[in-house]
Design a protein around this ligand. Structure first.
Ligand code: F6P
Length: 544
């Protein structure tokens, strides 16, 4: 698609809607119609199974939503969904499909006219066979001891998804311990190895390309560790690999029967459902992994079948475009009020910003609008004592996704959930200077002091947020949640007209790292800053 979205009449209609809404506070939008006090919540929320998506605290009216859906229709979003599901080459720069939904749901899946079900089922069968053997103590190390610890070595999409899910689903894990190493900083691997018994440890080298420097460096260090403790011959018994590049994984010394393939039509940041999920399956077992896939498949079926106006990923994607391009919200905070989801923001950073941190259309011309916002976040209630101040009294619009897991009815859990609801309400409602002054006076503060402090206590409110609420965090509910965000990202990229499935930008950093190393001998070709920094590095290394 190469028509800039700004050239669509639907975009102009939204600009006019923005201007009509300017100056209207969310509190006014919630001004109750006495006859129908819950109308706004009921009209601006969606449910799928036991997942509730409440978007009534977004700066929209029913009319705005109609105009946003009209934008999706103008971009033929339904055709986009069909084309993605049909395995068309929607990754139009690399000429690949983006068919991660084939990894988790029923259907006769094709890529460029070739059926892929047997490839998917075959890999899943091999994963299941290996995981079941490993978890039942039948996978033995070089000394004959059963493997009891798995260490996944990977980065980006070969780490963030399984790492996030393994932490999220720790309550479902056991008896195999699973660790994750991503950073080339040797301290991460050393910390994991410090607690590991070589004879009982298996490394999974996870890398779609099997060329990523961080992963190959760490895998090499792990291999050296095994050799140092168990000898060279032990390596094949203590390694497995997940890759699209089977030959290079073989060359590393990993036996073919321990190499699990991933298809080229699965993007790294969409690959948790593929063999990249092997460490997660080792942690929670194949039954749990199957539930994760089933939850994602539920969201897929909803995405593929629901009308746009009742389609959760479509609405979520449209609201993100409304906030980024019409409400000047340059960032999106994802705040899980569930500590087990503490790694979700980091996972979503890659999913959203590596997918939609793009600037050109299919024909290479500028997209003409802001694309992905800066995604950040952290677990509530911890963040309330760190960055919520900026959200209350800073100068920026910050859009927020609150993710609430209701959980049990323990006192602490009630405090957690009450805080989630309170924060979204308070960020919306704010506190006027008049209210602040009255509260100060009521506390016995002198009128002069109350007058002086009121502007410092007031909060403008009107911060937009959505709340995703579920009863419990299970493999199925996690699968649903992650698939929701995957499809939301696709909706946004489709409407902006960018390619959500390549990542040429990150290659520049890799090139620069290689040239820095190459120019050590002749730094004159570097910029003065980098040259000065290199000299400082050398001095540190020389002087300690
Ligand atoms: O960050 C760039 C990237 O290519 C990601 O898209 C990918 O998930 C990550 O590096 C790791 O790549 P690989 O799985 O090939 O090692």
């Amino acid at each position: 698609m190469s028509t800039p979205v700004t050239q669509l009449p639907a975009w102009d209609a939204l600009l006019q809607a923005r201007d009509r809404l300017a100056g209207t506070h969310l509190n006014q939008l919630f001004a109750n119609d006495p006859a129908r006090p819950d109308a706004r919540f009921n009209g601006l929320s969606l449910r799928l199974e036991n997942l509730l998506f409440d978007y009534s605290k977004q700066r929209v009216t029913p009319e705005t939503m109609e105009l946003l859906v009209a934008l999706a229709e103008a971009r033929d979003m339904s055709a986009g969904i069909r084309r993605m599901a049909a395995g068309e080459l929607i990754n139009f720069t690399e000429r690949r499909a983006a068919l991660h939904i084939a990894l988790r749901g029923p259907g006769k899946w094709q890529v460029s006219g070739h059926e892929v079900n047997s490839e998917v089922e075959g890999t899943l069968w091999r994963v299941a066979k290996f995981v079941s053997a490993l978890r039942s103590g039948q996978v033995l190390g070089a000394t004959g001891k059963p493997i009891r610890r798995v260490v996944n070595i990977g980065i980006g999409g070969s780490d963030l998804g399984p790492r996030m899910a393994a932490r999220a689903l720790a309550a479902f894990a056991g008896p195999v311990a699973v660790d994750f190493v991503a950073n080339v900083d040797p301290t991460e691997l050393q910390a994991v190895l410090a607690g590991a018994e070589p004879a009982e440890t298996l490394f999974i080298a996870s890398s779609k390309t099997f060329t990523t420097v961080e992963t190959l460096t760490n895998a090499g260090s792990a291999r050296d560790w095994i050799i140092a403790h168990l000898g060279e011959a032990a390596v094949p018994r203590h390694f497995a690999a997940v890759s699209n590049n089977v030959s290079t994984a073989c060359d590393f010394g990993i036996p073919a029967e321990r190499i699990f393939a991933m298809a080229e039509w699965v993007g790294g940041r969409y690959s948790m459902w593929s063999a990249i999920g092997l460490p997660l399956a080792c942690a929670i077992g194949m039954e749990g992994f199957g539930e994760l896939l089933a939850g994602a498949a539920e969201m897929d079926q909803h995405f593929l079948s629901a009308p746009l106006a009742q389609n959760m990923p479509v609405i979520m994607g449209l609201l993100g475009i409304w906030n980024a391009d019409f409400q000047d919200a340059s960032s999106l905070a994802v705040l899980p009020y569930c500590h087990a989801l503490a790694d979700l923001p980091a996972y979503l950073q890659q999913l959203e910003m590596e997918s939609n941190g793009k600037r050109v259309l299919a024909d290479g011309t500028p997209v003409g609008v802001h694309t992905s916002p800066i995604l950040w976040g952290g677990p509530g209630t911890v963040g309330q004592h760190a960055y919520h101040q900026l959200m209350y009294q800073g100068t920026r619009t910050v859009a927020t996704d609150f993710i609430v897991v209701v959980g049990d009815d323990s006192p602490a859990q009630r405090v957690l959930v009450d805080n989630a609801l309170a924060q979204s309400a308070a960020l919306m409602a704010g506190k006027t200077a008049e209210t602040a002054k009255a509260e100060l006076l009521a506390r016995g503060i002198s009128p002069a002091e109350a007058e002086r402090l009121a502007p410092h206590v007031a909060c403008p409110g009107n911060q937009p947020s959505s709340t995703l609420l579920m009863p419990h965090l299970t493999p199925r509910s996690l699968g649903r949640l992650v698939a929701l965000y995957e499809h939301k990202v696709f909706v946004q990229g489709w409407i902006w007209g960018i390619n959500s499935f390549d990542q040429y930008g990150v290659e520049l950093g890799k090139q620069m790292a290689r040239s820095i190393e190459a120019m050590r001998g002749d730094p004159s070709r570097l910029d003065a800053s980098t040259r000065g920094l290199m000299a400082a590095v050398d001095n540190c290394r020389r002087d300690g």
